[in-house]
Design a protein around this ligand. Structure first.
Ligand code: FE2
Length: 342
């Protein structure tokens, strides 16, 4: 029978991309014989390999240096593979690292449990080396795509912050909005994807201001009716900008509709009631709150209590949903930004 290590050596060079060879793989197993074998195989493939002998050490290694892939044994003392996987997948900073559960367990229950904790793939022991090689390469390829998306997102967010920096009066506004919106979304029990959209939407909601002239955007005083009409265009300009990137598909409704009112008196489309996307409604509430509680060259900041009273007034006018505004106010109370009774 051909030794496993020789099978690995037969991989045609054409199938091994430069990026794959540079990838960093963390191998986690409490049995030195297993880690030594995997290390030898993967190193021979050109991958950089680090070893962890148990679950706790695996989590430490990931915290120290993010690997591109984790090959994770399930049965280990103390923190087992399921728990390591669960922790990695519930942390936003590590959830995109592919995790392969490597196990001698072949029963359906173990696989279901693995899927429940977020494992990306399974490999049975003893390894079928060509299969393992193909799966490692495939997961690393997907990881490169997600890394590329991550960097695209960073570029877009930096752009949004650069635009915000044009107007000193609104410094920090986007970051605060992102935090408020995500916190409110969490309180409302929204899905992880929606929270992500709110996080990015907080930064991008006003990206269309890039198309508003300085004389309007930076004006030290109230806008004239004409200037206000011009300013309103930032919603549709932002929407058109985001339309160029598929990555921002879910953020576009926030960018376009965060100034809509439920009674149809908002802009740019005068949407009514439930037609206003709920994530845009959330952004609208936190946007108004932050604008009211921040001082501008032409106005002093309202207190948190006054801003909440204004939001409630907007509910009465039919602009905002009562439950969303009250959830936001309850969240402020919880965060000790407001006294218990308001
Ligand atoms: Fe806006």
């Amino acid at each position: 029978m051909t030794p496993i290590s020789d099978l690995f050596g037969q991989l045609p060079a054409a199938l091994r991309t430069t990026e794959d060879r540079a990838a960093h793989i963390l191998v986690v197993d409490d049995l030195p014989a297993n880690t030594q074998m995997l290390e030898a195989l993967l190193t021979r493939e050109g991958y950089r390999v680090t070893i962890a002998e148990d679950g706790a050490q695996a989590l430490e290694e990931v915290a120290k240096e993010r690997p591109d892939l984790v090959l994770l044994d399930i049965l280990m003392p103390n923190v087992d593979g399921y728990e390591v996987c669960r922790q990695l997948k519930s942390d936003p900073s590590t959830r995109l690292i592919p995790v392969v559960l490597v196990t001698g367990l072949t029963d359906t229950d173990s696989r279901i449990r693995g899927i429940e904790v977020g494992a990306d793939d399974f490999m049975a022991k003893p390894f079928i080396v060509p299969e393992m090689r193909a799966r490692v390469a495939s997961l690393l390829r997907i990881k490169r795509y997600t890394d590329a998306l991550d960097s695209a997102e960073s570029v877009i967010l930096s752009l949004a912050m650069t635009i915000e920096a044009r107007d000193r009066a609104t410094e920090g506004h986007c970051q605060r909005l992102s935090q408020y919106a995500v916190a409110l979304g969490q309180r409302l029990g929204l899905a992880h994807e929606d929270l992500d959209t709110l996080r990015i939407g907080g930064y991008l909601h006003d990206i269309g201001k890039v198309g508003i002239p300085d004389r309007v955007l930076l004006k030290d005083g109230q806008l004239t009716p004409d200037e206000y009409e011009l300013m309103k265009n930032h919603t549709s300009i932002g929407d058109h900008l985001c339309a160029e990137l598929r990555l921002l598909k879910h953020v576009r409704p926030i960018v376009r509709h965060h100034h809509e009112h439920l009674d149809g008196s908002g802009y740019p489309d005068g949407l009514v009631g439930d037609a206003v996307p709920v994530l845009a409604q959330i952004m609208g509430i936190v946007d108004v709150f932050d604008a009211l509680t921040t001082s501008r060259p032409y106005k002093v900041a309202m207190s948190v209590e006054e801003a909440c009273a204004e939001l409630r007034h907007e509910v009465v006018r039919g602009w905002r949903r009562h439950d969303l505004v009250e959830s936001f106010i309850a969240m402020l109370v919880e965060r000790r930004m407001l006294p218990a009774v308001v």
